[in-house]
Write a protein that binds this ligand. Structure first.
Ligand SMILES: Nc1nc2c(c(=O)[nH]1)N[C@H]1C(S)=C(S)[C@@H](COP(=O)(O)OP(=O)(O)OC[C@H]3O[C@@H](n4cnc5c(=O)[nH]c(N)nc54)[C@H](O)[C@@H]3O)O[C@H]1N2
Ligand SMILES: Nc1nc2c(c(=O)[nH]1)N[C@H]1C(S)=C(S)[C@@H](COP(=O)(O)OP(=O)(O)OC[C@H]3O[C@@H](n4cnc5c(=O)[nH]c(N)nc54)[C@H](O)[C@@H]3O)O[C@H]1N2
Ligand SMILES: [Mo]
Length: 809
């Protein structure tokens, strides 16, 4: 989240789109209720289904799955053509005035630089024109035909209300009503927030859907203000912590990135990431990348990381490609992997195209399961009759099950969607032979190191030179790990201006990432967590919920990254002179000498507004980007592409294209493409989702949950039910080109027939929670049906839009 849970109460308009907060985030949803009760906030829900969130909304609009960019692009078009934008904000704090290179182009769904064989882009034309001074050129009058404002206006001009109705199936009047409600927040003093989750991420254009939402928020001046923001409602209780700590295959802690194979040179690696400012007088905060990165390597390799060996850069793996879930299961299916550790992960149930997952697992030599429960994956080789499709006689995979404890049986910190690191304490002892993940991983690591010591290996240094500074090496404590993530001074750290003044003594915990150095004198496992465990102790354990201004800025409650800041980009809540746009919901202001709170300023604390530094200091341009100059793989402005399995067979926005029907830069492996079906055989559009009564695949092991939601069901609309001759309670067979499931039909008014390009489209709703382990009725796994195709940036699977056929079983 750019903002935080409690801050939702400050919103005047709340758009829940691409998520179902009332059911999947019921505790956090109370802040929506607060906003409605105390601010008369209007809640809008846009979802293919009339969800329980929709049932308490002020306004609901239906949408076809996978078409949110058309809808949001339509909102952008509406805001621009009706002049419903926060002018002062957009003019000063975004890239509206930046001039784009002349050779940048966009034609029928494809941007300049496309390579159809490789299915990727050379992004060099997606950039600004530079002046002789090296800075980006701007035209503050916004007259230049290639300034971002004009390009964007042109780009979204075809996203009209009529087009939205035809492509999304959202009636035009309903769409316009949503536009009007959102537009009411374009004035200073009114705030709108967007809450989203998987309804946006689980698409082959998921990251771009989120981007389009962020663009709407920028036009309205809703980023950086109380009650505003782009708020990702994260899934598992610590999934925010997972990405923060770099547990994605291409990341390092604190959103630093691993080097690629071609990046063997340390200076080049750093220069590429430590962006120089693109405008005069601008701070580009990533210029500190080297300090964060060196401190990170010091934390891993200690005294073995020296200036002479680039602090151990050679020890870091260099990637030939990203090793995300889809990639890993592709390699496994090709027989290119020997072993796999599934730690707190049930891929047979959770990953797309189950047949491919079981094929891959069957080719492994060994599979390690670390889990408190017996998962489907841990018994994938057993033959569960009709629910499983493997022949155990043919499978050699050796499976090791290591029982772990569960979160309530250990202490440590969890990072919430609010970016708040909250310490929690152990509630119970783990049962039986269960051990904590920390202990199991340490045991594996120590034995691996021993094996390298004894037998050598191709390049044992990264492992042999790593520090392991824990009192009990077999079982490091959560406190030791947390202190290491925060980091400490390895030598006296001095003030950069007054070099005689020591700000952190050797051995002391650091107070903030501003104290990190690039000379090896500091260590920090995760720079954004620096400040969470200081000399004053564990900040994550704090429980002071006083809120001096009443807007939910409880800075004494636990600790938020970065720097205990609760609202990111909060400099943008003030005008150029440093006065809050909305004094009643002030986050920070310039008091003549410094920027000060109730929040921690997201800015240089003593930078006078008149110097002209811009608020978005994590961007080299200092302003927010409508034009994604780098970063996004399918282009700088989001474009509508159809889901890979779609009911139309063409792209209604760009009807003449063959290359750009679906995302031209999405990742598709050849065998997966061969497994796609078409609307001729699979005429119904399906989406998958969760229910309040279950948590994924674990709570079916709990008796109460198993009783309240005992069995797989499928939601279909009344018209589809009639069409296929099914009444509520009948058993239906749902098939895709990859397999089928059988389940109970729930016939509902909550899902309606949509008219898309003059054609009727039926949506099928598939909750995902059941399987063949646990106390619920044994059944199929929903991911038997889903296609294996990844978003162009995140490689998140397209779980939310694919084709099936429903028939009476
Ligand atoms: N009770 C419970 N709570 C949970 C979980 C759980 O298993 N059970 N899981 C947790 C996890 S890990 C996560 S990631 C979160 C997920 O939280 P959510 O994303 O809110 O959960 P989902 O139910 O997967 O999907 C949300 C909604 O997206 C809609 N949708 C599908 N396709 C589209 C589309 O193309 N456009 C739009 N606008 N909407 C679409 C679906 O109809 C559904 O209502 O929930 C977390 N909370
Ligand atoms: N079709 C479809 N597929 C989906 C989704 C969808 O919406 N539609 N959602 C996707 C999403 S967002 C997610 S997050 C995944 C979820 O997929 P998974 O993460 O694989 O599923 P879970 O059942 O939440 O958790 C996996 C295991 O973690 C174990 N566990 C719990 N606590 C601990 C612990 O402390 N240590 C260890 N080692 N294990 C523990 C649980 O017992 C459980 O078996 O599913 C994805 N798959
Ligand atoms: Mo999730």
């Amino acid at each position: 989240m750019t903002n935080h849970w409690v801050d939702i109460k400050n919103a005047d308009v709340i758009l829940v789109m691409g998520g179902n907060a009332a059911e999947a985030h019921p505790c956090g949803f109370k802040w929506v209720t607060e906003a409605k009760a105390h601010r008369k906030a209007r809640l809008i829900v846009v979802d293919p289904r009339f969800t329980r969130t929709a049932s308490v909304a002020d306004f609901y609009a239906p949408i076809r799955t996978g078409t949110d960019i058309v809808f949001l692009g339509g909102v952008i078009n509406y805001l621009l053509t009706h002049d419903k934008i926060q002018h002062e904000y957009v003019k000063n704090y975004t890239d509206f005035s930046f001039i784009v290179r002349e050779d940048f182009a966009f034609n029928e769904g494809i941007y300049s630089g496309y390579n159809p064989e490789k299915r990727n882009y050379d992004k060099s034309t997606w950039d600004y024109e530079r002046g002789d001074d090296g800075f980006a050129k701007v035209d503050p009058t916004l007259q230049h035909p290639r300034c971002v404002y004009n390009l964007m206006k042109q780009h979204y001009s075809r996203y009209t209300p009529e087009q939205v109705e035809k492509t999304c199936g959202t009636p035009k009047d309903k769409f316009l009503k949503v536009c009007e409600m959102l537009a009411s927040t374009a004035v200073p003093g009114r705030a709108g927030t967007i809450l989203y989750a998987l309804g946006w991420t689980h698409h082959s254009v998921g990251a771009q859907m989120i981007r389009t939402g962020a663009m709407v928020q920028l036009l309205l001046g809703n980023i950086g203000i109380a009650g505003g923001g782009m708020n990702a409602l994260r899934g598992h209780s610590n999934i925010q912590g997972l990405t923060d700590l770099g547990l994605m295959s291409n990341l390092l802690p604190g959103y630093m990135t691993l080097p690629m194979e071609g990046e063997q040179d340390y200076e080049a690696y750093i220069t590429k990431r430590a962006a120089q400012p693109l405008r005069p007088n601008q701070l580009s905060y990533w210029k500190n990348y080297r300090a964060f990165h060196v401190s990170f390597m010091k934390s891993w390799w200690g005294d073995n990381a020296t200036a002479e060996n680039n602090f151990g850069f050679d020890y870091l793996p260099k990637l030939d490609k990203s090793y995300d879930m889809l990639q890993v299961f592709e390699l496994m299916a090709q027989g290119k992997m020997n072993g796999y550790i599934a730690q707190g992960f049930n891929p047979l149930a959770a990953a797309p195209n189950k047949a491919k997952i079981s094929l891959g697992l069957s080719k492994l030599k060994w599979l390690v399961i670390m889990d408190p429960l017996a998962t489907e994956t841990s018994e994938f080789w057993k033959n569960f009759g009709e629910f499983n499709d493997v022949d155990p006689a043919k499978i050699q995979t050796e499976v090791f099950r290591l029982p772990t404890s569960c979160f309530a049986e250990e202490r440590g910190s969890l990072v919430s969607s609010s970016r708040v690191l909250q310490w929690h304490w152990q509630g119970a002892q783990p049962p039986g032979e269960a051990r904590s993940d920390l202990e199991i991983m340490s045991g594996l690591w120590l034995r691996m190191r021993q094996a390298y010591r004894e037998k050598g290996g191709k390049y044992p240094d990264p492992i042999l030179k790593m520090t392991w500074p824990y009192a009990d090496p077999e079982s490091p404590t959560p406190e030791e790990i947390a202190m290491e993530f925060n980091g400490k001074a390895l030598a006296d750290v001095t003030d950069p201006v007054d070099k005689t003044r020591v700000i952190a003594k050797k051995g002391e915990q650091l107070a903030s990432f501003a104290q990190l150095r690039d000379d090896g004198s500091t260590a920090s496992g995760c720079w954004i967590f620096c400040g969470s465990w200081t000399q004053a102790g564990n900040q994550m354990g704090r429980r002071d919920n006083s809120d001096p201004t009443g807007i939910g800025q409880t800075l004494g409650w636990a600790w938020a990254w970065p720097a205990n800041r609760r609202v990111l980009y909060n400099r943008a809540s003030c005008d150029l002179a440093g006065k809050p746009f909305d004094p009643t919901r002030k986050l920070i202001a310039w008091n003549g000498k410094t920027w000060s709170g109730p929040d921690i300023p997201d800015f240089k604390a003593d930078e006078p507004p008149e110097n002209g530094m811009n608020p978005f200091i994590m961007n080299a341009e200092g302003v927010a980007r409508f034009f994604a100059r780098d970063g996004m793989n399918e282009g700088p402005f989001p474009v509508h592409y159809e889901p890979f399995e779609n009911p139309l067979g063409y792209n209604p926005l760009y009807p003449n294209t063959k290359e750009a029907v679906s995302n031209p830069a999405a990742r598709v492996f050849p065998d997966d493409r061969a497994a796609f079906g078409t609307a001729k055989d699979f005429p119904h559009t399906a989406t998958t989702y969760r229910l309040t009564e279950h948590f994924h695949y674990w709570t079916k092991h709990a008796r109460m949950n198993a009783i309240i939601q005992p069995e797989q069901f499928v939601e279909i609309g009344e018209e589809l039910a009639k069409e296929v001759g099914v009444v509520a309670g009948d058993r239906v067979k749902v098939s895709s080109n990859r397999g089928h499931i059988v389940a109970v039909a729930v016939v509902t008014k909550r899902i309606r027939t949509l008219t898309i390009e003059g054609k009727k489209v039926q949506t099928v709703g598939l909750p995902l929670h059941w399987g063949f382990k646990g106390l619920t009725q044994p059944g199929y796994l929903v991911n038997t049906l889903t296609p294996s195709v990844g978003d162009g940036n995140s490689q998140t699977p397209e779980f939310k839009s694919f084709l099936v056929k429903v028939e009476k079983a």
